[in-house]
Design a protein around this ligand. Structure first.
Ligand code: PEP
Ligand code: MN
Length: 338
């Protein structure tokens, strides 16, 4: 339910509504807008008649149900787009934010080199996995905490915020100590206990869509994080599994305008995992901007042929720099800037 307060409702009236919502056993999520405050009441909806009766309280204009299964993620709860701040970078505003870097942190030298490459081409954040969810247990699994330390050093040297994956609940504390944004990978999108714990973290979460999650299921995953109190969520379409084999995944660009309609959360696109082939990345990156994405996640490697993972889809430094310069006019045509 959403409790819409009257324009000019007094703060004691707002506080009384919040107290009542909580006394009824719901979590309250107030949004204090310029004109008015709305309060989301989220929880087991069996007692919703009592919430509806709150329409009689002083300062309340109306109580409306949220019809979507996702509540806090829905446009009904919050119509204006949300922005997520990562250092000086704001995701979800007019800027197209580019997060770039290698699939994995492979060594200090490699990461520093890659960080220099993406920074000089104009990327806004540096990515790199220290914990890698690999299909085979016999392949490189990531450098772990040492990888996180290298990322933190790169942030210090380059001044770029860092985005890195957290795979388990037990890693959260450690990853949150080093990272600016915690990434949840496609394979963990429905790991509900991980999502609930991330809802208690005061850091942005980059939640990637699963390879077989519907958009509704995806937004329910975001809802798990939101319902625990963390509203700093960035969504990312990264391709879904279909019958098509000429690409690694089928990049579902439909998801961008659909998500924009359904949710206020910012939406990124990952054309690297979405295609699996570096030569296809520039076209899909431009298409993502045209579709209304708020930013891009792109794998870049100084020498893709030597990469421990995802070399085939990683852009070389020159290709990335060219893409960044080409994206400027695409961003402008979409009413955005890079
Ligand atoms: C990644 O970003 O390197 C990654 C593993 O992505 P996904 O979870 O989308 O496969
Ligand atoms: Mn990868």
């Amino acid at each position: 339910m959403i409790i819409v307060m009257e324009v000019g409702a007094e703060s004691h009236e707002i506080e009384a509504v919040i107290a009542r919502v909580e006394a009824l056993g719901y979590m309250s999520h107030p949004i204090r807008g310029v004109l008015r405050t709305v309060i989301g009441a989220v929880g087991d909806e069996r007692g919703k008649a009592e919430l509806q009766a709150m329409e009689a309280m002083s300062g309340v204009e109306r109580v409306v149900p949220i019809l979507r299964p996702y509540k806090l993620a829905s446009r009904a709860f919050k119509d204006e787009p949300s922005t997520v701040s990562v250092g000086d970078v704001r995701i979800g505003g007019l800027q197209i934010v580019v997060i770039a870097g290698p699939c994995a942190v492979e060594s200090r030298e490699l990461l520093m080199e890659a960080a220099g490459v993406v920074k000089s081409a104009g990327a806004h954040c540096l990515r790199g996995g220290a914990f890698k969810p690999r299909s085979s247990p016999y392949t490189f699994q990531g450098m772990g905490e040492e990888g996180l330390q290298i990322l933190a050093e790169a942030r210090q040297v380059m001044g770029l915020p860092i985005v890195t994956e957290v795979m388990t609940e037990s890693q959260i504390e450690m990853v949150a100590r080093y990272a600016d944004v915690l990434q949840v990978g496609a394979r963990n999108v429905q790991n509900f206990s991980l999502l609930k714990e991330l809802g208690k973290v005061n850091k942005p979460i980059l939640l990637k869509r699963g390879m077989s999650t519907t958009i509704k299921e995806y937004l329910m995953s975001a809802e798990y994080i939101l319902s625990e109190g963390n509203d700093q969520i960035i969504l990312c379409e990264r391709g879904i599994r279909t019958f098509e084999t000429s690409t690694r995944n089928t990049l579902d660009l439909n998801a961008v305008p659909v998500l924009k309609e359904e949710t206020h959360l910012p939406v990124l696109v990952d054309p690297s995992h979405g295609t699996g082939h570096s030569q296809l990345v520039p076209a899909m990156a431009k298409a993502a901007v045209a579709a209304g994405a708020d930013g891009l996640l792109i794998e870049v490697h100084p020498r893709p042929e030597e990469a421990y993972s995802d070399g085939a889809q990683s852009l070389k430094p020159t290709a990335f720099a060219l893409l960044m310069s080409e994206l400027k006019s695409f961003a402008q045509a979409a009413g955005r800037h890079l």
